[in-house]
Design a protein around this ligand. Sequence first.
Ligand SMILES: [Cu+2]
Length: 785
Amino acid sequence: MAKDRTRETCILRVACAALTLLSLALIVTLIVVTTKGKREALGDGTSSRQQDDCPEATKLSASPVRSAGLYDDLSKDEIIAVRDYILQQPSLNLTAYENAALNDNYIFLIELKQPPKDKALDFLDHENAPKPERTARVVIYNGGKKPSIVSEYLVSPAGNPIRHQEIRGPGQKYPIPFDMRALDGKEAEVTERIVSNAAKEANKLLRESYDGYTYDGCTDRCLTWSGSGPGEFGKRGKWIWFLRDLQGNYVQPVGFELYLNTQGSDSTLWKIEKVFYFNSSFDSVGDLMDAYTNGSIPKVFLPAPSYSSDSPLYSSLLRRGEPQPPIPLRPPRIVEPDGKRYTVSGRHVEYMKWSFDFRSRSSSGLQLFDIRFDGQRIVYELSLQEAAAFYSGWSPMQMQTDYLDTAWGMGSSKFELVRGTDCPDTATFFDTIHFVDAIDPVKYRNSICLFELDLGLPLRRHFDNNFQGGYNFYGGMPGSALVLRSISTAYNYDYIYDYLFYPNGVVEARASTTGYVQATLWTPNEASYGNPIHPWVAGTIHDHLLHYKVDLDISGRKHSYETIDIEIENITNPWFPQARRVQKVLRRNVKKTEQDAIYKQNFEHPKYLNFFNKGIVNKMGVSRGYRIHIRDMMKQMYPKDWGIVNGAAWTENQMTVTKWKENEETSSSIYNQNGMHDPVVDFARFTEDNEGIEDEDLVAWVTVGLMHVPHSEDIPNTATAANSASFYLRPYNYFDEDPSMSSHDALLILPNKGGADINRFGTPQEPGCRVKDKVLDFKGVYGTK
Ligand SMILES: [Cu+2]
C-alpha cells in the first residue's frame, strides 16, 4: 500500500510538474499578451493599429418625440412662404427688401411666434389634443407711411399662409414708433453716405492728426467707424466714432466722433449735430475745420501704432511673448469611449434623466422648452431676454453708450462655432436660419453646439476614514454635465451663452464674456471712469446685465413662491437655562403678490428663493420645490428717474416673480434700445397690477451680471475666466434623495484583505479607444445657400 501510495504520489508529482510547467507557460503568455495590450493602450507607437476610433454614435435610443416641430424655428421654406404671402397683401403696400429704401414699407424680420402655452401643453400632455398651428411673427418697417411706424403681424400657418393679423398689444406699445426700430442695412447705407461726406470734409485734419490714417480714398492707412446707442432721450440718433482699420479695430480709437440725428424716415433731414475732436466739440464738421485751419484749437498728433513680425500689433491675436508651455503641446480633450450619452431628435435632447427642446430666436437667442427630469416637467420655458451694457466715460460716445443687445442682433449674430475651441471635438452642431434685414433667409452653419462636459470635479465623493491608517469605504462620482451653447457676437463683444444640465437635478444658465472691449481715446479726463489699457486707449466702466425668463412648472402649472429667510435668534439655551444662545433660524415667507415678491439682495437678510407646489410633498412630507440660486448678483445703480432705466426696469432688482400671462412673453424687445425713456415693452408694468401669486402659474425673471472696469489685461481680448455670470435652478426637497444615486458613473471601493474591491456598477472600463483627429472644417461664412 505504501509503495503503491508512493507510486500514486509519484504519478501525481509528474502530473503536478506538467501542470506547473503548463501554468507557467500560460502565465508567461498572459504576461506577454497583457504587456502587449498595455503597450497598445499606451499607444507606444508599435501596435496601435488594433485600437478602434472612439465611437461617435450613441448606443442609446431616444424616446418618441411628441414635440417635433412644436418649437422648431421656421425653416427656409416657411420663411419664404411667409415673406411671399405678406409681400402680396395689397393693403400693406410693401416693397421687396432688395428694392426698398428707408422711406418704403418693407419686411425687417420673420421668426417663429412661439405657440401659446395653453395649447402647447394641451398637445404635449394629451394624446388626442391638436398640435398648435405654426405661426410666424413678421416685423414691418413702414417708412412709407405717414406717420411712419413699425407694425407686427402674425401669419399662419407658416408653411402655407392663408391669414394674417396685426399685433396690437396688449403687452407692448401700439403703434410702435418708427424711431424706436432696430438698426438695419437701409439705415446703415444712409449713415455710411453721411459719415463718408463728413470724413471727406475733415480729410486734411484726419490725415495730419492720425499719422496718415484717413477715411476718404485711403489705401493702406485707413480709418473705419462704428456707431453706438441710444441717441439723446426721445430723439433717435447715435454717436459715431472712428477707429484705425486694423486687426482689433475696437481698441484702436482715434478720438474723432460725430453725433448723427437719425430721426424720421426722410433721411435727407438727417444731420450731424455735433463733432468731437480730442477734447473739443463743434456743431458741424465745417466749424471744426475752420477752427483747425485758423489755429484756434491745438493740432494734435496721434502716432500710428508700431508693429512688426517680431512684435505684433497690440490689438492683434498673434501669439507673442515667452512661449507657454516651452514647446507646443496639445491641451487635454474630452473623450467619449462609449459614444454619446445623449440623444438628439431634431431639436429635442435627452440626457440621463433630462429632456428638453430648444430653438434660437432671431431677436434674443436660445430658448429652451419643456425641461423635464425623469419625465416630470420642471420648467416650461428658460430663455435669455436681454443683455444690457451701460457705459460711462468722458468722451461723448463712451458717455452715451447704453446698449440693449436684442436691438443689435443678439439672436441672429450667432456665427459659426469652431470645433475644438468654442466647443469640444466631440460636440454635436446645429445650423440656424434667420431672416433679419435680408432678402432671403440666411443659414448660419454650426451656430449652436451640444456636448457632454467632463467637469474635472467630482460630483460627490467621500473617503471614510477608519482612523487606523485606512478606510472603511470610498464612494465617488466623476462630475459631468450636458451643455447647450451658442455665442453671440454683436460687433465687438462675444457673449457665450450656456445651459448646463447636471445629473443631480441642477440646471445652470451661464453667460461668459469675451471679445474686444469698446474703447475710447485715452485722455486724463477718462481717469475717473477707467484705465489706460494701452497707450492712448481707454477702457471705461460698464456693467453687463443679463435677464432670463424662467417659467417654472413644478409638479403642474400651479405653484407658490416663498423666501426662506435666514434670521438670527437670541434665546435662552433650553439645555443650559442659565446660558444664552445666538443662532440662525429659518422663517418661511410665502409671497402673496407680485410686488411682495420683488427680490433685492440684502446681505443682512440672506434668503433662499423657493418655488413649490403646496399639494405635492416628498416622502418626508415637505413640499417638493425648486430653488433659484443667483450666483452672480448685480444691481444697476441708476436712479429710477434717469431716463434709460425705464427701458430696462429688470436691471433694478435681482428677481421678479409674476403670474404667467401669454402677453408677457418677453421682458424686452428689439425696440427698447431706441425708446428707453418710453419703451415698447415696459417690464415695470409686469408687476404694476400687483396680482396674487399664490397657487398660480408663476414666472421668475432673473437678473445676473458683472461689473467691468477694463484693465490692461483686457488687451487684446477680455478672457472668460472670472468674467461669467450665472444662476442655478436647483432641487429643494424635490427628490427623496440625490437623484444622481441612480448613475452608473459612481464608484464604490471597499477594502478587501489588503487589496480593494472596486465596484463600478457595470460601467465598462475596457477596451480604450483611439481619439479621432477631426479636421477643422471652419468656413466662417453665413449666407443664403
Ligand atoms: Cu465688458
